[in-house]
Design a binder for this molecule. Structure first.
Ligand code: SF4
Length: 335
């Protein structure tokens, strides 16, 4: 049965902000993660002048500005619109496209995004809707994905091979909207993948395995991948720099960019360490999680580590993770 969602998803937008404990929280969709220097400067300045001076990177390669005063979202929206970062008032929250960040795929992402925004009924897709483009992000559980000519549905290769990837994504999105009922994700719709596959064509026998291949910090040809500690970027950094946001809390920069305040060595103690918002942003938090992580960070550790300010454990990455969960009397370690 489709999972019954009693309420619409509460994903924030750039103007339809979430009221967090530390003020308004705006999420700026960046399909494919690519921002010109001029556009990134608009986001940076907005974070400095309207928010708390930081930019958060999300696991879908979007950006968040928090600490907005009541009403500041209107000024934020105006700035983003002027910069071309809010191309659709109606489709804003569904514009979630994560792309393999080292592949030459931004034109395809832009074409998919524009085509989705041209279909009025797709404005009703949930804020959780996700499109993936490229192999290295194909395992991130997109509702719809492209790997070359292969069409993925609910994070798996459907077996369908497409000649027009843009039209195929739009067609699959329309079918998802038609069958989803109150579900937020295609994976929640009973028989959803089968119905969409049948509507779009005949699957072949071959299947590509979904993959998640994070880009390591460091040089990659003419680019530099820089990790952002805890996914929280000081908005004073990277002025005049084009960036590509990855889904792994890092930025792809031009080689030679000034990466002060970021890390470019995979051996950095920050590599693989994540944390929820904690105090002051989350009223449920038992502690200032990020400050606690800063105090701990030079304690020897390996692999992925996630810190949470309460038992809800928001933002826990999938897979093997050591967790520290605040109890009100320190942290419980969960392995
Ligand atoms: S894990 Fe708890 S403290 Fe952290 S963001 Fe979620 S609700 Fe807030």
């Amino acid at each position: 049965m489709p999972q019954d969602r009693e309420r619409p998803d509460a994903c924030p937008g750039a103007v339809d902000v979430h009221r967090a404990a530390d003020g308004g929280l705006a999420r700026v969709r960046v399909p494919g993660g690519t921002l010109t220097a001029a556009r990134f400067d608009v986001v940076r300045q907005a974070a400095l002048e309207l928010g708390d001076g930081w930019i958060e990177l999300t696991s879908r390669a979007n950006l968040q500005i928090r600490g907005l005063a009541p009403g500041a979202e209107h000024e934020l929206g105006a700035r983003l619109r002027d910069a071309g970062l809010l191309p659709s008032a109606t489709h804003e929250r569904m514009r979630n496209t994560v792309a393999a960040p080292l592949e030459d795929n931004q034109d395809l992402v832009d074409a998919v995004d524009a085509a989705l925004c041209r279909v009025p009924e797709l404005a009703e897709l949930p804020g959780r809707f996700l499109v993936t483009v490229g192999e290295s992000v194909s395992g991130l559980g997109g509702d719809i994905g492209l790997v070359g000519d292969a069409l993925f549905l609910a994070g798996r290769d459907s077996g369908l091979r497409v000649t027009d990837p843009v039209a195929a994504v739009v067609a699959a999105a329309r079918e998802f909207q038609a069958v989803r009922g109150t579900a937020w994700r295609l994976s929640e719709v009973d028989g959803g993948v089968r119905k969409i596959t049948a509507a779009l064509g005949r699957p072949g026998p071959d299947r590509i395995a979904p993959a998640v291949i994070p880009v390591a910090p460091g040089p990659h040809g003419d680019r530099l991948v820089a990790g952002v500690p805890l996914g929280r970027l000081d908005a004073r950094l990277l002025a005049g720099t084009p960036v590509r946001v990855t889904p792994w809390r890092s930025l792809v920069l031009p080689a030679g960019a000034d990466a002060s305040g970021l890390f470019t060595d995979p051996a950095s103690p920050w590599h693989g360490v994540t944390a929820c918002a904690g105090r002051p942003g989350c009223a449920k938090s038992l502690t200032d999680v990020r400050a606690d992580v800063v105090r701990w960070i030079n304690t020897p550790h390996r692999g992925r580590v996630h810190w949470s300010g309460c038992a809800r454990r928001c933002g826990r990455p999938p897979g093997d993770v050591v967790e520290f969960v605040a109890t009100g009397d320190g942290y419980e370690e969960i392995r």
